[in-house]
Design a protein around this ligand. Structure first.
Ligand code: SAH
Length: 359
């Protein structure tokens, strides 16, 4: 794409682009509002801008670069969007309606390089990092589909960076996209409403802690020992638990009053869900004295992944052991599993391949 992608620009950058075209600063503000407040997907619809100006912008820049390939709606109301970049790579976004506040789950990469053995996205490998504009546009697509172009969102939106890819390997794109989306004159989704999940890229955890207006953090753990985590999440060989939890301890210093961070623990039947492993996990977190909670996520199974979800009784037992040792633990019910929209299921699949849910 040799045109500038407008959705990936901060207000000041939009203004300088307009100034290069000989336009006053307020035109920049108008363009930014058209894209992010009114969520127009093309400047052709921004009829408050002179027609010749729209044509001149169009020579240099484009509002949107993603195209919608398919849209899947779950029986629980969750929606999955399968989009395509201008150069043909898949991008997936999930809209999760909730009573109090909706959540949009965005992707940071097309595919993922990390090879976690329980995750379907890993099967794609890394296709490429997404740009800031491609991240912002995912959120605009989901909001426009849910509420209509330009209409107010009835209640605020939470964002989670838990889609395809490892956000901390696309760190600059993600952080810039978050700054753009936080703009009060645009989407106005502030970092306090955003949670980014990492498989454990230690230097970026430490870096995130130094950013004043940062999002919340979640960390995918999946195992209480290095031996098992090496197998399930090969990134553990680079940054093992000791280093990961030391970085978490450092991150903890940046927590605001009342803020916690989350460990995600996917529960794999007979692999990481025994009573012993629950005790090991509790001891590990207690040893590091971490102010964190644990989200237990029963595995979302899909061929060809060689795992089944832990049965509900075992999940409950695991949770009970964590709680009895003073570790806050919640069981997370997956949404959108019937349309391949749940955790670990984003692999650019079409509906025809959707198998019935296992439990
Ligand atoms: N790469 C980042 C962002 C993805 S978040 C990370 O790993 O944190 C996706 C979450 O879903 C992670 O916590 C991951 O461990 C979990 N997950 C992956 N595959 C899953 C599956 N099949 N069932 C349930 N959870 C899964």
């Amino acid at each position: 794409m040799n045109k500038v992608h407008l959705s990936g620009l901060l207000p000041a950058e939009v203004t300088s682009l307009l100034q290069e075209l000989g336009e006053p600063a307020y035109r920049g503000r108008q363009v930014f509002a058209a894209l992010h407040k009114r969520r127009l997907t093309s400047l052709a619809e921004a009829t408050d801008l002179p027609k010749d100006l729209r044509a001149r912008i169009d020579e240099r820049a484009t509002a949107s670069t993603l195209t919608l390939e398919s849209r899947y709606v779950s029986e629980d109301g969750t929606r999955r969007y399968l989009l395509k970049t201008h150069d043909g790579f898949p991008v997936e976004t999930v809209f999760i309606p909730e009573e109090r506040r909706d959540t949009i789950c965005f992707s940071s990469q097309s595919g993922c390089p990390l090879q976690c053995s329980f995750c379907l996205t890993a099967q794609l490998g890394l296709l490429r990092n997404l740009t800031p504009g491609e991240i912002v546009e995912q959120v605009i697509v989901a909001l426009n589909d849910a509420y209509g172009i330009g209409s107010e969102t009835p209640h605020g939106t939470n964002l989670v960076g838990m889609g395809a890819g490892e956000p901390f390997l696309a760190f600059d794109s993600v952080m810039k996209a978050l700054r753009i989306m936080a703009e009060p004159t645009g989407l106005h989704i502030v970092p306090g409403r955003v949670t980014i999940s990492t498989a454990g890229i230690v230097p970026r955890i430490r870096e995130l802690a130094t950013i004043p207006d940062r999002p919340h953090l979640a960390i995918s753990l999946a195992a209480p020992t290095d031996e098992l985590r090496d197998q399930l999440m090969p990134i553990n060989k680079k940054w093992p638990l000791q280093e990961l939890l030391a970085a978490c301890k450092e991150f903890e210093k940046s927590l605001k009053p009342g803020e916690t961070f989350t460990f995600e623990y996917v529960m794999l039947d007979g692999v990481n869900d025994s009573e012993d492993q629950a005790r090991q996990l509790a001891n590990l977190l207690n040893r590091h004295e971490l102010r964190a909670k644990v989200n237990l996520i029963p595995h979302n199974s899909a061929a060809p992944l060689p795992y089944l979800p832990s049965p509900p009784e075992r999940v409950e037992r695991f949770q009970g052991i964590l709680e009895s040792k003073g570790v806050r633990a919640l069981v997370r019910r997956s949404r959108g599993r019937d349309i391949y929209a749940a955790c670990g299921q984003l692999a650019a699949r079409g509906a025809e391949k959707i198998a019935p849910a296992l439990n």
